[in-house]
Write a new protein. Structure first.
Length: 118
């Protein structure tokens, strides 16, 4: 599950970056369209870096795997952890970590346990 999710996310983001690069090739530097495309590309890269950081931090809490998906057009953050259950203390520690590391509002976070044998 986790490998497939990451693979599909990477493929989608790579396709988005290729499309943005095509837009960048069409417009002059410093034009509005060019600057908008650069901004979009930087947002994608920043989001990818945050997801990787958060996944690593969650795994450092003892989970064998985790996937984080940050919404590109919303503040939503979905966290999938490799666990058969999710208790209050674990959820609270993940919420706190997301808030502290990337300033995510806990009301925008969904944490779901997905048990997958590793």
């Amino acid at each position: 599950y986790f490998t497939t999710f990451r693979s599909e996310r990477t493929t989608t983001r790579s396709e988005e970056i290729v499309q943005i690069d095509q837009v960048l090739a069409l417009y002059e530097k410093d034009s509005d369209k060019y600057n908008e495309a650069v901004s979009m590309k930087m947002k994608i890269v920043e989001t990818m870096e945050k997801e990787l950081l958060l996944e690593t931090l969650i795994k450092s809490r003892g989970f064998s795997d985790a996937v984080v998906s940050i919404g590109m057009n919303s503040d939503n953050v979905n966290v999938f952890i490799n666990s058969s259950e999710l208790n209050y203390n674990t959820a609270l520690s993940i919420y706190k970590m997301l808030k502290d590391e990337v300033g995510v509002n806990p009301g925008s976070i969904i944490i779901l346990p997905v048990y997958s044998q590793v």
